[in-house]
Design a protein. Structure first.
Length: 164
């Protein structure tokens, strides 16, 4: 059996039901050819390098499967048509590739932007007095603007006095 993988880029608005439907359909197509679905992995939300169908973010999904050589061409065509026709509103891009027989079964993926990296913005600001520094810099800037306004008002008044 030959190993394949399909990488899908779907819209961020996709529901869990839609994801389940795509997974079920691909699994049924692969199983109908006596193949085996190995993984259906939702990678998460990522910022795209350029807009795709006017979207700046997308969710990547990687599915890996094995197909018998005799059925592979037909099933790959079915999967491609399914994605292009029935999933047209959900899937922005997709690609299917044959994997080498010695290709590793594991892969490294970057961290998605929708997963917390262990700390929130609030805790970031609170650690080390960063919130205090931020607030004092805002107060200093505001006071500086007020002084500038007072000076310009004073100059305007004194120039009016000189004209009279």
């Amino acid at each position: 059996m030959q190993r394949y993988e399909t990488l899908l880029l779907v819209k961020t608005e996709i529901s869990e039901d839609d994801l389940s439907m795509i997974e079920r359909q691909i699994d049924q197509m692969v199983s109908s050819a006596e193949g085996v679905m190995e993984t259906f992995d939702k990678w998460g939300k990522y910022r795209l390098a350029f807009p795709v169908r006017k979207n700046t973010h997308g969710i990547y999904i990687l599915t890996r499967f094995k197909l018998p050589a005799m059925q592979a061409s037909r099933i790959l065509k079915e999967i491609d048509q399914f994605i292009k026709i029935k999933c047209n509103e959900l899937v922005m891009r997709h690609v299917t590739a044959a994997l080498r027989s010695d290709a590793p079964t594991s892969y490294a993926k970057p961290d998605p932007i929708d997963v917390s990296r262990g700390s929130s913005f609030d805790s970031y600001l609170k650690e080390g007095g960063k919130i205090d520094n931020l607030l004092s810099s805002v107060d200093t800037a505001k006071a500086g603007r007020m002084n500038d306004m007072d000076e310009s008002r004073h100059e305007a008044l004194s120039s009016n006095d000189e004209q009279e």
